[in-house]
Design a binder for this molecule. Sequence first.
Ligand code: HEC
Ligand code: HEC
Length: 311
Amino acid sequence: MALYNSPMKTTLTFLLALLSLSSYSSDLENGKYMFQASGCMNCHTANRNEPLAGGVKIATPFGNFYAPNISSDPEFGIGKWSDEDFLKAVKRGLSPKNQYYYPAFPFSAYTKLSDEDVLDIKAYILSLAPQKKASLPHEINFLFRQRKLMFFWRALNFKKGHLTSGEMRTFKYQGEFKPDKNRSEEWNRGAYLAEAAFHCTECHTPRNKLGGLKTKQWMGGAIFDGNEVAGNITSHPESGKGNWTTEDWTLFLESGELPDGDEVSGDMYRVVRNGTAKLTEEDRMALITYLKDLKSVNRTVKLKESTKENK
Ligand code: HEC
Ligand code: HEC
């Protein structure tokens, strides 16, 4: 059975899947919906008048990253990309020339998106105006400028997909979303939205020194962008959101308002405004079903005083 999990087999499966998609005709409306849910705009747009022309700085312990121009422009954006190029980038973290992307691009979540949803997103992006603007270079130290080194990050962090709340799974076919047969269809739709599209975990789960997710503390809260606390959203009653009712979650996902009347700001505000607020009622309920079921983690995240002052 050596062939079973081999890269060869994975490549073959991928190519066969591509072949079957060659006659795929995209659904623009679904593309817009999934594009919003996946937050592509949030990272790839610094200036709202130049959508997808490139993003604001993303600060990580490894350096500062700038999401590139992914508008429909053939020169500066992805206008000339084939479907295969796009699928490979979003679901495999590989450039058209097979270079590794940095995990600041959350492909390890998007790898769980269906090929159809990803191609619909591409069709939607291509329907938007092209932006003639060069992408900004990343500000990272010399070592990390070697994209080949991402091999190690990937070996440690990428193939391991995780579907259910915190449980580790190793997928046969990298990270592909596998519904949990023991849960309802609604829960599975919520899991797909949260884990493949919204990538809540990329911001709300703490990371180890190598930038990999500490999956035992799944959604247990983390420092995001150097100076923001993306809190514990597990079902722990004190440190998490265990005492949030369905109504609390609904209000929050629709408007960003917290049960105490406060409002979220910054990156989370964008997740809500551009994403969760635009979900259908059915999808919002599915997401809530999944969120309320997140395994309880007792953990409170605080900013160090020094980082706070820099804010
Ligand atoms: C958390 C921020 C973030 C989000 C959200 C995000 N991206 Fe990106 N994206 C990046 C960064 C950073 C890079 C650059 C990675 C690199 O240089 O290795 C990137 C690179 C890309 C590339 C490669 C572009 C090129 O010129 O090589 C594509 C295509 C892309 N993103 C598409 C998307 C799509 C589609 C979505 C939504 C489904 C999305 N991104 C969401 C941060 C993000
Ligand atoms: C791009 C990073 C990012 C993503 C993606 C993200 N969050 Fe957040 N989230 C944050 C940050 C940062 C805050 C803190 C905002 C603030 O303090 O105003 C936050 C705050 C929250 C809060 C309020 C927390 C509290 O402690 O009271 C909830 C609830 C929440 N997020 C849920 C979610 C859910 C559910 C998802 C996925 C659907 C999600 N987040 C995706 C970064 C993110």
